[in-house]
Design a protein. Structure first.
Length: 425
């Protein structure tokens, strides 16, 4: 069987590339020598490996073009220098003339090397509606109220505000109920405000557009306002749509507390879009969540904007049981009583309970590592985890108590006052 002639320079370069496989310049140099030696398939493999490591490298791109122009050896049989080269000599096709280069088949060339080098840019082919503004995209939430444990009071308020009117168009027309408006969810962190916002969109069969401060805030003058406008344009194009502003106190903070014209302009634009001045908001329902409702611009709670305020409290006992079952569902258990756990986690948020389950699983895992035998997660693991974890809602409730006792009371925090009184805070 014939073999490629041995070239000590090429062999030395192969060893160097094997020890430094990510050195693009070294691969290109090796590929150039292979191409000059007529070993086109091997040169193509080296060029492909170099482009995979650095897709914008000009020398590697030039080498790839030269190898494609010099022959039509099947690239799939070529291997880069980190593997053993094929013993069979590559077939060499006649080189193109200068006149042929103007009709070079780029599509065929891409197909020939696409398994070696991925595309440098990929278009988003999953966008259901190409007419939507590209800056913000809506999504299918995939969550329903049945997935949310407890929170019955919150569900009732949401049902009256938007769900029931949407599901009963005849009654909506009879009573003149509009499919627009907003609702502000507030409460301690980790209690499911974002989760229930997704559930609202799921119940509606509507699209869901989640917006964070980082999606909107821009250092250039006027850019933040344009981003807010783009959010509502995307929502109107996808109506019925639920727009969810997380941490809205950062986006719509009190104008009296800031001297920044940039922030004030952003808040003004948000108020304008909530009013639907630049476009009708029919079918657009705005949900906002915050841990600091006292820092939100009061004008945002005016009728027609975020005109309903709902307190999302730490989960009650049935909800805590549901959260424990959710986070323990796919873990190996033995003798776990979620009812007992729910009674011992009064004041815990959903995030706190998830962390308790994580700590318990960690204890069982470390014991299994030490003993060399996997064991199940039991009540002792969960009770020990409860002894380590403190509810994260306490500091928030202390701040809320001060606001209720010493702040302005216009009835906004009536539910919060009743809860604090009931919990003897």
């Amino acid at each position: 069987m014939d073999h490629e002639p041995t070239d000590p320079v090429i062999d030395a370069l192969r060893r160097a590339v094997a020890s430094a496989p990510h050195d693009v310049a070294l691969r290109v140099h090796l590929g150039r020598l292979l191409l000059d030696a007529g070993r086109t398939a091997e040169a193509t493999a080296e060029a492909a490996a170099a482009l995979a490591a650095e897709p914008t490298d000009t020398a590697a791109g030039t080498l790839m073009l030269d190898t494609l122009r010099s022959g039509s050896a099947p690239v799939s049989s070529a291997t880069p220098s980190s593997a053993t080269p094929s013993s069979a000599p590559p077939s060499i096709a006649p080189a193109e003339t200068a006149d042929d280069r103007t009709s070079f088949d780029w599509h065929a060339a891409e197909q020939e090397v696409e398994h070696l080098v991925g595309p440098a840019f990929v278009d988003d082919l999953d966008d259901d509606d190409p007419d939507l503004p590209s800056a913000f995209s809506v999504e299918d939430p995939g969550t329903r109220f049945a997935d949310v444990g407890g929170m019955e009071h919150v569900k009732q308020r949401l049902n009256a505000a938007f769900l029931a009117p949407l599901a009963n168009p005849e009654l909506r027309a009879l009573y003149g109920k509009s499919l627009r408006g907003g609702l502000l969810l507030y409460g301690p962190p980790g209690c499911g405000k974002t989760f229930i916002a997704r559930a609202v969109a799921g119940e509606l069969g509507a699209r869901f557009l989640s917006v964070a401060i980082t999606d909107v805030l821009d250092p250039y003058i006027g850019a933040s306002e344009r981003n807010i406008q783009a959010v509502f344009e995307a929502a109107r194009a996808a109506a019925p749509c639920v727009v969810f502003f997380d941490e809205v106190d950062a986006l719509g903070q009190r104008r009296s507390q800031t001297r920044s014209s940039h922030v004030r302009g952003m808040v003004n634009q948000l108020l304008t879009e909530l009013d639907g001045i630049s476009g009708g908001n029919e079918g657009v329902f705005v949900l906002a969540a915050t841990n600091q409702p006292w820092d939100v611009e009061p004008a945002m709670r005016r009728p027609g904007r975020l005109d309903r305020t709902v307190l999302v409290l730490p989960p009650d006992a049935p909800a805590r049981e549901a959260v424990f079952r959710t986070h323990l569902r796919d873990r190996p258990l033995e003798g776990v009583d979620v009812g007992v756990l729910a009674k011992r986690t009064e004041g815990f948020s959903g995030a706190d309970i998830a962390y308790v389950c994580e700590v318990a699983a960690e204890r069982a895992l470390m014991d299994s590592v030490a003993s060399g035998t996997a064991r199940l997660i039991g009540m002792p693991d969960l009770l020990d985890a409860l002894a380590e974890v403190r509810p994260s809602t306490r500091s928030w409730l202390e701040t809320a108590r001060n606001v209720v006792l010493f702040g302005e009371d216009d009835g906004t925090y009536a539910d919060l006052r009743a809860y604090l009184k009931k919990s003897k805070r």
